[in-house]
Design a protein around this ligand. Structure first.
Ligand code: COA
Length: 193
């Protein structure tokens, strides 16, 4: 099946919506930073590179074929300030596999916004997306990312040791995942009776 969500997606404190041309400066504010880029495949980005990235993201709003990505800007509902982005990639159509990711402005970290936005992406994947398993990956040194995966209820499935080269060094990677059934159980436990 395909996935064409109705935007925006809303959570208690956040609005998740497609990127627009007006987002370049807000994206540059966090993608220019070395601390944000440390565990990303990209290096820190110039303003021109951010403009290109935003241009690409404007079209990444639906899942129609394997490999497609939904990448949404995350805004504070109160102020409309763009604080980061979350993504869902369709890894396998046949096996209904998805992968989530996140990048947030350090000025807005430490308040649970990434957890809230990522939960909305899992709801999207497991609800209208009909995905069976959602995974996430990160460098083992990226503790804030794997702790986020654990807050979401994902299980650590793998620790790949020296399996690739990342920024000229051996890569050490964690893979986390959650199944549709596990997500249902978690959601049922969170719903007041
Ligand atoms: C990975 C990343 C998104 C995590 O951000 P984060 O701010 O740690 O995550 P959250 O927004 O969910 O905030 C969680 C923190 O807020 C606290 N918090 C406050 N209120 C909260 C709430 N209502 N709900 C959950 N956590 C809350 C948590 O206790 C936690 O703090 P702690 O780390 O001191 O334990 C962020 O570090 C990042 O963007 N890194 C750079 C890009 C990157 O590496 N991306 C991942 C590539 S794999």
């Amino acid at each position: 099946m395909s996935l064409y969500p109705n935007y925006p997606l809303r959570t208690e404190r956040l609005t998740l919506r497609p990127f627009t041309r007006g987002d370049v400066d807000a994206v540059f504010a966090y993608r220019r930073r070395e601390d944000v880029a440390r565990y990303l495949f990209d290096t820190s980005l110039s303003r021109e590179e951010c403009a290109l990235a935003v241009q690409q993201r404007i079209g990444q709003v639906a899942l129609e074929a394997e490999g497609d990505k939904i990448i949404l800007g995350v805004e504070l509902a109160d102020s409309g300030v763009l604080i980061g982005e979350v993504s869902l990639i369709w890894r396998s159509v046949e096996a209904r596999q998805g992968e989530v990711g996140w990048i947030f402005d350090p000025d807005y970290q430490g308040r649970g916004y990434a957890t809230e936005a990522a939960n909305a992406m899992l709801d999207l994947a497991f609800g209208p997306g009909d995905i069976h398993r959602v995974s996430a990956r990160c460098d083992v040194r990226n503790e804030s990312s794997w702790r986020l995966m654990e807050r979401l209820g994902m299980r650590r499935e793998a620790h790949f040791r020296e399996h690739a080269i990342f920024k000229s060094r051996w890569d050490e990677e964690f893979i986390y995942a959650i199944l549709w059934q596990e997500w249902q159980t978690l959601r049922a436990a969170q719903t007041p009776s």
